[in-house]
Design a protein around this ligand. Structure first.
Ligand code: NAP
Length: 508
């Protein structure tokens, strides 16, 4: 059970990048909501850091603005905000200067003196990756009354831009901290529906016996966004869909679908089983890159009656950019459970619909007994796990349509989060920040997991970077991606699953 306020240890959160977008949109709202729900310790301090000129009061005003706009709990109650924000201070500072860390050391020492117990200090690195080394070097030297073990460091994505840089960063972090102090965040792992994968698979005896190559025909994981790159051109053009979405979020979801049952819910046990999947995914040689990996880039077009730019016309993007805004892969997992079961994954921007969905298609019945007119709408059993915007699990089964004739129709058995749990679920960052406070690393990436994911994808990255795509842009805005992505799956006789649009969609 998560500890409530009176059981939590005194905690100091330092947010490097405290004036940035992530702090305003996600981190502060998450901490505030934890406070509202009674999970913040009785004694806590949040130190926002950045170079922008603010005092404590003007900084809090900016945070309140963000909170009112983005928090799932809506506009803040003035009394509650007053109580929460009395624990926030702003440290105007440059992350590359030693003085910043002397000031921080003093703040920590003051709190340790005031509070009955030495604080756990969580340093959240919500800054561009070039600052990760300098900040981690300095904070590893901060003296703390509670000793080194009370210091934790949370690293935002991207963790490296390839295997070599990820290894370098791991080596540096592991030379400064123990692995148990390092929290590499992948916020997808904190999402309710993603966490529920473990519950669904390992708390129900029903699915495990059929969760393998004998019963499952293929798996799809599709994470599509309807927006373009917005104002992130500068960042995105050096990254692309593979690095931004596939290397981290999608591969982690795939691990949860494909992992072996862990012997316990222990963090390392669970992470061992996840990394086993990454190690078992069939490696990509030049032929696999050609046949099993496709890339795309969006062209301009019309979305909701408004004309939108193509990727190469976006602000901050090279007009001849070779960066992919879409990618799709066919993976195989070489182990007993999954031999020859294709796992298709795709992700892209400016697509027809925002949706993150896992579709698990079961093999067909061994022998059809119904006449052809009864089975015109035949659909093999399918389990559909929708992560966003709808949060649901649907089991598609065939059923008889009411009437005098035997006509079969696919129907859904649905577990819908909204309907079952009317109270809004916590945001992923709430779960993850609370886990970091409690020292639970289950939903965080271990160093070897990050490296295994990069290692798998390096042949594709090298191939794509060394070979300019001649047909970019190759899919229009508001579409389902390039035709080659359809071909990737169609040549095996399948098609991409798309989630029917629900009229009411939840913000997540
Ligand atoms: P951002 O809005 O550009 O903020 C960057 C932050 O870095 C600002 O607070 C800036 O503060 C600070 N900064 C820059 N140079 C500094 C320096 N020399 N010393 C001290 N502070 C400095 O970026 P963001 O969107 O919040 O993203 C932060 C990190 O989270 C990045 O690694 C990003 O990849 C990751 N991330 C962001 C999101 C998101 O939704 N935004 C999602 C996933 C991951 P000053 O300008 O005040 O110095």
């Amino acid at each position: 059970m998560k500890k409530k306020a009176n059981e939590q240890k005194p905690t100091i959160f330092t947010i490097f990048g405290g004036t940035g977008d992530l702090a305003a949109r996600k981190l502060i709202p998450a901490l505030y909501n934890l406070f509202l729900d009674g999970y913040m310790p009785k004694e806590f301090t949040i130190v926002g850091l950045g170079r922008t000129e603010y005092n404590d009061e003007s900084y809090k005003e900016v945070l309140l603005d963000g909170l009112n706009k983005y928090s799932r709990s809506g506009v803040a109650d003035p009394a509650k905000w007053g109580e929460f924000s009395s624990n926030i201070i702003y440290l105007q500072s440059d992350a590359s200067k030693e003085k910043t860390y002397k000031d921080l050391e003093q703040i920590i020492a003051d709190r340790d003196e005031q509070w009955a117990e030495a604080a756990t200090v969580i340093h959240y690195l919500s800054v561009a990756p070039q600052f990760f080394p300098v900040i981690s070097e300095y904070i590893s030297k901060i003296k703390m009354a509670g000793g080194k073990e009370k210091c934790r460091i949370v690293i935002e994505k991207p963790f490296g831009r390839d295997l070599e840089t990820a290894k370098e960063l791991n080596e540096l972090l592991q030379s400064l901290f123990d692995e148990s102090q390092i929290y590499r965040i992948d916020h997808y792992l904190g999402k309710e529906t993603v966490q529920n994968m473990m519950a669904f698979r390992f708390a129900n005896a029903l699915f495990e016996p059929i969760w393998n190559r004998n019963f499952i025909e293929h798996v799809q994981i599709s994470v599509t966004e309807d927006i373009g790159i917005e104002d992130r051109g500068g960042y995105y053009d050096g990254s692309g869909a593979l690095r931004d979405m596939l290397q981290n979020h999608i591969l982690q979801v795939l691990c949860l679908v494909a992992m072996e049952p862990p012997v316990s819910f222990n963090a390392d046990e669970v992470r061992n089983r996840r990394v086993d999947v990454l190690k078992a995914i069939r490696r990509f040689g030049p032929e696999e890159v050609k046949h099993n990996a496709v890339r795309g880039q969006y062209a301009g077009g019309w979305v909701g009656g408004k004309e939108v730019n193509g990727y190469r016309e976006e602000k901050g993007v090279d007009p001849n950019s070779n960066t992919e805004t879409f990618c799709a892969f066919k993976f195989f997992i070489d182990n007993w459970r999954w031999q020859n079961v294709p796992f298709y994954v795709r992700t892209g921007k400016r697509m027809h619909q925002k949706s993150s969905v896992i579709s698990i298609q079961f093999k067909d019945v061994p022998h059809p007994i119904f006449p052809s007119h009864a089975s015109e709408n035949w659909q093999q059993n399918r389990l559909i796990i929708s992560i966003q915007p709808e949060m649901s699990i649907r089991l598609q089964v065939q059923a008889k349509r009411p009437g005098l004739d035997m006509i079969l129709n696919p129907v859904d058995m649905v577990f819908d989060y909204d309907g079952t749990y009317p109270k809004e679920s916590p945001e992923a960052y709430e779960t993850l920040l609370l886990d970091a406070m409690e020292g639970d690393q289950t939903l965080f990436m271990r160093g070897d997991q990050v490296e295994a994911a990069w290692e798998l994808l390096m042949p594709v990255i090298d191939n794509w970077e060394g070979r300019k795509s001649l047909n970019f842009p190759n899919y229009p805005a508001d579409s389902w991606g390039p035709e080659i992505a359809e071909a990737l799956i169609a040549k095996d006789g399948f098609h991409w699953f798309t989630m029917p649009v629900k009229s009411k969609s939840k913000k997540k």
